[in-house]
Design a protein around this ligand. Structure first.
Ligand SMILES: [Zn+2]
Length: 162
């Protein structure tokens, strides 16, 4: 494939942002781990995982997992997916807020309130679904598989998919 110097299209940046959100949340919850290896009792990221932000850090006997923790940070994950750090932070916050909404709504609330909350949650899911569909249409030049990845990322981000 020929390398293009053209600016990435907005849809591509958004797709990377959705993937970055999914990875950031998974690494935060320790459902997913940065790629790397232990060498002499110290953790180092794999060449695929390593980015320029990692160069400032070196693990030491006092902090064996310095780089492992760093590779779970938003600064590193933003670098990994080539998205702006503030955008990733914002997107992670809103995904986390949407996830937290569901259980908080049910605990000790009157049924009407719970029903209203479920409707609000369903409405926000609809928005995400609509955005995902719009993204699919925008990405029609790209492969179908990529669109499906974007859709499932969106659904994961809002907690519809595990
Ligand atoms: Zn890094």
């Amino acid at each position: 494939m020929a390398k293009s110097t053209a600016k990435p299209r907005k849809g591509e940046v958004e797709a990377r942002l959705h993937q970055a959100v999914a990875v950031a949340l998974a690494r935060e919850l320790r459902k997913e781990h940065p790629e790397g290896d232990w060498q002499d009792g110290l953790w180092y990221p794999s060449p695929e995982e390593r980015r320029s932000c990692c160069e400032k850090l070196a693990p030491s006997p006092g902090n064996k997992q310095a780089l492992e923790s760093h590779c779970r940070s938003k600064a590193h994950i933003a670098n990994l997916f080539d998205v702006p750090v503030p955008d990733l932070k914002r997107a992670v916050l809103s995904a986390r807020r949407e996830r937290a909404l569901a259980p908080a709504l049910v605990a000790g609330r009157p049924p009407q309130e719970v029903a209203a909350g479920i409707e609000a949650l369903a409405a926000s899911s609809q928005v995400a679904l609509r955005n995902a569909k719009r993204e699919l249409l925008r990405e029609e030049a790209n492969s179908r598989t990529k669109g499906e990845v974007v859709l499932s990322c969106n659904l994961k981000a809002i907690g519809v998919l595990p």
